[in-house]
Design a protein around this ligand. Structure first.
Ligand code: CA
Length: 218
């Protein structure tokens, strides 16, 4: 899952980026309000964590413009100004949730999982495709009821495929959801992950459409 983090506080931004990366998210971090919408144009993000008090363009202005584009991207607002008016305006502008600083990073993770579940149309704690079940809160994977141990990046690939069940996901979109700007992507890395997953869940479990991408067939 790929997250865009918009936070101008260097210390908080750095620690959030590191903590989210440890949780298995690919995180791009930006500090200026005017950069957020252009960034959303060039890469496919699964959620936006948006500080209200950003230089250049306020988080609320970014949010309002974003929602005028009729996108459903899940947005979590961060607010230092603990005023009811800000929160009401943020929610009315289309934020999915908010957190007031200071907050516990574990609460941020839980709320992030919650808005990601809702955006995938899932109400429970797990994602299910046939006999495959993924628990995003602890990255646990079960197949036919049995736990399956997989490297974190392979769980991430699987999660994107399950969230897009029934649709082909392009290689670009998959690679983007795995890596942030700062990380290099080996050209064959994705193919290696897919090949491992097929060994685990069966050769027919993931379909390839040449030149397009992959689709889960469970
Ligand atoms: Ca700020």
């Amino acid at each position: 899952m790929k997250i865009l983090l918009a936070e101008d506080d260097k210390q908080l931004g750095e620690s959030l980026q590191a903590a989210l990366a440890l949780e298995g998210y690919a995180v791009d971090w930006m500090t200026r309000g005017q950069d957020i919408l252009p960034a959303l144009d060039v890469a496919a993000y699964d959620a936006l964590i948006l500080d209200i008090g950003l230089p250049g363009k306020s988080g609320l202005d970014v949010l309002q413009e974003l929602r005028q584009r009729a996108t459903t991207l899940p947005v979590m607002l961060l607010t230092a100004r603990d005023t009811v008016a800000d929160r009401i305006q943020g929610l009315d502008f289309g934020a999915d949730d908010y957190l007031s600083k200071p907050f516990d990073v574990n609460e941020l993770f839980a709320r992030l999982r919650s808005i990601l579940r809702r955006s995938a149309g899932v109400a429970g704690p797990s994602l299910v495709a046939g006999e495959l079940e993924i628990f995003p809160h602890n990255h646990e994977v079960r197949f036919k009821g049995e736990p399956v141990l997989l490297p974190a990046k392979e769980v991430a690939v699987l999660e994107v495929l399950v969230r897009n069940r029934g649709r082909f996901v392009t290689k670009t979109r998959l690679a983007e959801s795995l890596y942030s700007w700062d990380e290099g992507v080996g050209s064959n890395t994705l193919e290696v992950y897919i090949s491992h997953l097929r060994k685990q869940f069966g050769g027919d479990s993931i379909e390839t459409l040449r030149g397009v991408g992959y689709r889960l067939a469970l």
